[in-house]
Design a protein around this ligand. Structure first.
Ligand SMILES: Nc1ncnc2c1ncn2[C@@H]1O[C@H](COP(=O)(O)OP(=O)(O)O)[C@@H](O)[C@H]1O
Ligand SMILES: Cc1ncc(COP(=O)(O)O)c(N)n1
Length: 264
């Protein structure tokens, strides 16, 4: 599994979360870094994008050497980086692509320039096996208000497919506190809801990164999309539960990626 994403020095999101996730799921993880961030569990205070050509060189170095089965795309800090990633991946079809159209961190800080969304819509959506927006990102991609109910999420997921993505998983983490939390997948076979228990915790830093890299890891292991999403959501729920009461940092802490190892 190759992750194309940003670095989070506090270790809970971005590349660091993706490599922990792949490792926990028994998959070899590689990483092409798109951007350095200055961030911790409290927020993001700096962004230092990697030059677009250098991002492309990292991806080519991995794809021309390792047998990559699935790619996860996360934070693309600038339109130039997003376009360079699209160009490289267009030229080398094959791996499944999980596109997490990251715009804003859990802390509320913006991670990418406004121009990135247009490149995601015009160039990356059609390359993706599945796109995994949260509710605000869904609104941005569709150019209307974000969904506020599971029924609206279902409509939005189908609308994202008509924009060119083979499948769309609209994540419901921003719907607020309830008994269960539902993500909605629209694919060629229709629409299916993935519900899990809501875990009451402030430690949700990196949940989106963890889910998308878990889906990519499960696809790399040979699962089809629906079983991959189900397994990824179960893994994330376990990681949220195990990390719920940990005190790592003073803000929104990370999930416990290694929960399965510890319960052995
Ligand atoms: N408190 C929670 N309990 C259980 N699952 C959660 C919780 N918060 C988020 N999730 C799950 O984490 C994943 C990411 O959700 P979301 O917060 O919507 O995206 P993002 O992290 O990209 O903003 C989804 O699968 C969502 O259902
Ligand atoms: C480098 C980087 N990439 C992505 C996120 C989003 O994190 P989340 O999974 O909480 O939406 C982040 N905080 N930092």
């Amino acid at each position: 599994m190759l992750s194309i994403a940003g670095s989070d020095p506090s270790g809970g999101a971005g590349i660091q979360a993706d490599l922990k996730t792949a490792t926990a799921l028994g998959v070899y993880g590689a990483a092409a870094i798109t951007s350095l961030t200055v961030q911790n569990t409290r927020g993001v205070t700096g962004i230092h994008p990697v030059p677009a050509g250098f991002v492309a060189d990292q991806i080519v170095a991995v794809l021309t050497d390792l047998e990559v089965a699935a790619i996860k795309i996360g934070m693309l800090a600038t339109a130039e980086i997003a376009a360079a990633v699209a160009e490289v991946l267009r030229a080398r079809p094959g791996p499944a692509i999980v596109l997490d159209p990251v715009v804003i961190a859990t802390s509320g800080d913006r991670l990418v320039t406004p121009e990135v969304t247009a490149v995601i819509k015009d160039e990356l959506l059609t390359l993706a096996t599945v796109i995994t927006p949260n509710l605000p990102e869904t609104g941005t991609l569709l150019d209307h208000e974000p969904p506020t109910t599971v029924a609206e999420m279902s409509l939005a997921a189908q609308e994202l497919r008509t924009q060119g993505s083979a499948a769309a998983l609209v994540k419901g983490g921003h719907l607020g506190r309830s008994e269960t939390i539902t993500d909605v997948l629209a694919d060629a076979d229709g629409v299916i809801n993935f519900s899990g228990p809501y875990v009451p915790t402030a430690n949700t830093h990196g949940t989106g990164c963890t889910l998308s890299s878990a889906i990519a890891s499960e696809l790399a292991s040979g699962r089809r999309l629906r079983p991959a999403v189900e397994a990824a959501k179960n893994y994330l729920t376990g990681a949220l539960r195990a990390g719920a009461d940990r005190r790592i940092g003073s803000g929104s802490g990370p999930v416990d990626h290694l929960w399965r190892e510890q319960s052995r």
